[in-house]
Ligand binder design. Structure first.
Ligand code: PLP
Length: 427
């Protein structure tokens, strides 16, 4: 059953969600939204109702004796915001609690300045010198660029395998597991919306003794909880759905409490200086309050649009959305996602010129991000993947007609009528 009982209401009229509501997070039923809506932070001094912003770079120890105790670690307390800050801590605690709801284990969370810094901080802490990283090649553009252009310079080979090719994955792990220090992937992938079976991949990783990390940005812990499916680490660009309002850049690294890398990850954050600021953390907290409401509306709207586009089969070659019944990832998504998400892509049956005309006819924002309240459009071939070799682009399904949508929380009827006008404009 879905972890939110009122989502079952949607089951009745939307079969696409039905299959996807099979995750058994019974203990989460009323907890997730409650944690989001309330403040965990207790202000014993002033009793503020909402989380205050401790907009300070340092903390006054009071005496030299206490300074020594704080710096030596004898006393726990705040010293310097790059090491820790009450506003940042409160938000980390909330994210850790939310991520841990699906499993029996407690989680840790370290906030960072961006999604990219979360990824690089995690990898630098976990990937041992000389070891390779094994990836599914459909990754966020920046992540792939980091993997291919930065990591090799530090002596890390990047091995690419299709994680949906189970035999190929097993073969690489059988032959090269001693060389591989980390497994890294995203699901659903960008911009093809392929689904990777988290449990299956993590089981193989565990067998080979290799830690696995999942970028869960597209889903948030409200839709998918990779740690409960066997992953060791989760990373987020909080810039996207977690903040949800497009007004801050941030990232997060999560794992299970007691993981031997928790301290090294924190140390890397502290010493690489990839810390978040108190105000950005506070904006994440603001976004988290409505995360469940937003995600539900995002998903509901996305399913409506996916179905609308699917029915436009003379103008649209294919629609990539895990909530659609004949999507190849539908069953796996049903097992590991609570709802099918806000992200979808579709291929217009048109050449580049016509496709760009179609994009221009739409009133959707062309801002190059995702997860905001309004619907965002991306044309990968002319933006995020413009510098990718056309042959590689085509191999990943990024044709000139491919359009990615981050479906917002507007009225679905308005979005559909906008699409309808754009189709009329090009036909
Ligand atoms: C945006 C994004 C990132 C990078 O996050 P920034 O906050 O822009 O650094 C990483 N992964 C995914 C899936 C993203 O969408």
């Amino acid at each position: 059953m879905a972890f939110l009982s009122h989502l079952t209401r949607m089951d009745a009229d939307t079969s696409g969600l039905q299959l996807l509501n099979t995750v058994k997070h019974t203990t989460m039923n009323k907890k997730y939204a409650t944690i989001c809506a309330r403040e965990l932070f207790e202000d014993n001094q002033n009793h503020s109702h909402q989380l205050p912003i401790f907009q300070t770079s340092s903390f006054e120890p009071g005496s030299m004796e206490r300074a020594v105790d704080l710096f030596s670690g004898k006393e726990k307390g705040y010293v310097y915001t790059r090491y820790g800050n009450p506003t940042i801590d409160a938000v980390q605690n909330k994210l850790a609690l939310l991520e841990g709801l699906g499993s029996s284990e407690d989680c840790f969370c370290i906030l960072t300045s961006s999604g990219m810094s979360a990824i690089s901080t995690l990898i630098q802490a976990v990937l041992e010198p000389g070891k390779a990283i094994l990836i599914h090649p459909s990754l966020y553009g920046g992540t792939l660029e980091y993997m291919l252009h930065i990591l090799p310079g530090s002596g890390h080979e990047v091995i690419q395998v299709d994680f949906n090719d189970s035999d190929g994955l097993k073969k690489v792990l059988a032959e090269r597991s001693h060389e591989i220090g980390m497994i890294y992937f995203e699901t659903p992938t960008n911009p093809g919306l392929e689904i990777i079976d988290i449990s299956a991949v993590c089981k193989l990783a565990k067998k080979a003794g290799i830690p696995a990390a999942v970028d869960n940005t597209f889903c948030t812990s409200f839709l998918q909880q990779p740690l409960s499916l066997g992953a060791d680490y989760v990373v987020y660009s909080t810039t996207k759905f977690i903040n949800g309002h497009g007004n801050s850049t941030g990232g997060a690294i999560l794992g299970k409490k007691g993981d031997p890398n928790e301290k090294p990850i924190w140390k890397n954050m502290k010493l690489l200086g990839t810390c978040i600021g108190p105000f950005e953390a506070w904006l994440i907290n603001q976004g988290l309050k409505t995360l469940p409401l937003r995600m539900e509306k995002h998903c509901n709207n996305a399913l409506k649009i996916a179905r609308y586009l699917e029915a436009k089969n003379t103008l649209v070659n294919r629609v990539n959305y895990p909530g659609l019944k004949d999507n190849p990832g539908h069953r796996t998504a049903g097992r590991q996602m609570n709802l099918p998400g806000s992200m979808l892509s579709f291929e217009l049956d048109a050449d580049l010129k016509k496709c760009l005309e179609f994009c221009d006819a739409l009133h959707f924002s062309k801002a190059p991000t995702l997860g905001d309240t309004d619907t965002l459009l991306l044309h990968p071939a002319s933006s995020s993947h413009i510098n990718v070799d056309p042959e590689i682009r085509l191999k990943s399904g990024i044709t000139d007609g491919l359009i990615r949508l981050s479906v917002g929380i507007e009225d679905a009827e308005d979005l559909i009528s906008d699409l309808e006008s754009a189709f009329a404009a090009i036909s």
